[in-house]
Design a protein around this ligand. Structure first.
Ligand code: FE2
Length: 399
């Protein structure tokens, strides 16, 4: 109903550039990126070049038109990006994408929730890794996407914990293994991925970085949502991309964030100290003193295709013993942080049984993702089983 008048409007305004568009096809549905309080980007792909790309967007039935930019890809397809500015925080904008005079997609799932800036309203985000796996082999990205869309609370964004697309992070697999299964989630939930070792199977600058529109250098970056600061790192093969430079950037970023946020969350692909089958990540562990010193609350990783929530660690990766006995409710952790492996967002490690190690508050070996909610000084985490849709682990942090 809302969009019924749009084709008429567009035909009228763009009649000068009508041409044969019978070959025009959308080959990747629109996805949203960099959704902040006052701006957002919408990206999609077509098979042929067009004279222009644009979206109609608005609140209720009042629509504006915004033109975008088109880039030709090495495979001969075309990526279209429209960046909206001047959005009103907290508003939901519906959008419809067009190339020339052709309306390509007007799904009800195409919407942007401009960030709400009031931290008492709260927000929600998802975390999981290792998702873009072949659904006709051992992968289940479509199950993850279906469960996300069934959540009682719509997530404001996803922080993705690396190994975004298997087997090697190549652009040619993105549609089949990731954008296809997640099509109706990505059109309204911004996705902020970390690079994993599989994403480094090809040159990320020629693949990963061309699929996403992310802050900073796209390998490592930070952003804020209400009262929370988010940092995404690039741990490459476990040895980190430009480690000295990235570490200096991390320290500076954390220093800048001190005192401004109630929570700080770090996402990266490799675990540090852990009990999974992957072994300890020595380079990640060298960052522990930094995490502890600069008040990081959560360190989220993938890589091991299982779930493992560890007891709060200190700067040396030792368990803060005073928090061992109440694993459901935490206060502000003094110079400590909680490390969680959530690496079965699209594939589960076969023939693995958690060993019941004493570092872990909870181990669980099924496909999963975590939904975090932060409202004021309270953080709540709920980990969902992908098969049952039920919560299997839960904890709070109250500052
Ligand atoms: Fe990995």
């Amino acid at each position: 109903m809302i969009f019924r008048l749009l084709p008429i409007l567009i035909v009228t305004s763009l009649s000068a550039c009508v041409k044969d568009s019978s070959k025009l096809k959308m080959i990747r549905r629109p996805y949203v990126q960099n959704v902040w309080a006052d701006s957002a980007s919408v990206i999609w792909k077509t098979n042929v070049q067009t004279d222009n790309c644009h979206i109609m967007y608005g609140i209720n039935q009042v629509y504006a038109d915004k033109m975008g930019k088109t880039v030709k890809n090495p495979d001969g397809t075309f990526t279209h990006t429209v960046t909206l500015t001047g959005l009103q925080q907290g508003q939901r904008y519906k959008y419809t994408v067009y190339n020339d005079n052709v309306m390509l997609d007007n799904s009800e799932m195409n919407f942007i929730d401009a960030q709400r800036t009031d931290s008492t309203v709260g927000f929600s985000f998802l975390a999981f890794g290792d998702m873009g796996r072949n659904p006709y082999d051992d992968g289940f990205p479509q199950v993850t996407a279906t469960q996300i869309l069934a959540l009682p609370r719509h997530p404001d964004f996803i922080t993705a914990l690396g190994d975004i697309v298997y087997p090697s992070g190549e652009s040619s697999k993105y549609d089949e293994y990731l954008f296809g299964p997640f099509a109706y989630a990505f059109s309204n939930i911004p996705f902020y991925p970390a690079l994993g070792n599989h994403d480094w199977g090809v040159n990320p600058d020629e693949n990963f970085c061309k699929e996403w529109k992310l802050p900073n250098n796209e390998h490592y970056y930070s952003y804020n949502y209400q009262n929370t600061h988010f940092i995404t790192l690039d741990s490459k093969d476990g040895d980190f991309y430009n480690f000295a430079e990235q570490k200096a950037w991390l320290i500076n970023d954390l220093q800048q964030a001190q005192g401004l946020y109630d929570f700080i969350v770090v996402s990266l692909h490799h675990p540090g100290r852990n009990c999974t089958y992957k072994g300890d990540g020595a380079n990640v562990m060298t960052l522990y003193p930094i995490f502890a010193q600069y008040n990081v609350d959560l360190v989220l990783n993938g890589h091991a295709h299982t779930y493992e929530r560890l007891h709060p660690f200190d700067a040396n990766g030792n368990v803060l013993e005073q928090f061992r006995n109440n694993i459901q409710q935490y206060p502000d952790l003094p110079n400590g942080f909680i490390s969680i492996t959530a690496g079965a967002g699209g594939v589960l490690q076969p023939n693995f049984t958690p060993d019941g190690c004493n570092l872990a508050a909870k181990q669980y070996h099924r496909g999963h993702f975590i939904q975090f909610e932060i409202s004021g000084k309270k953080l709540t985490a709920k980990a969902y089983d992908l098969q049952s849709g039920l919560v299997f682990d839960q904890f709070d942090m109250q500052k």
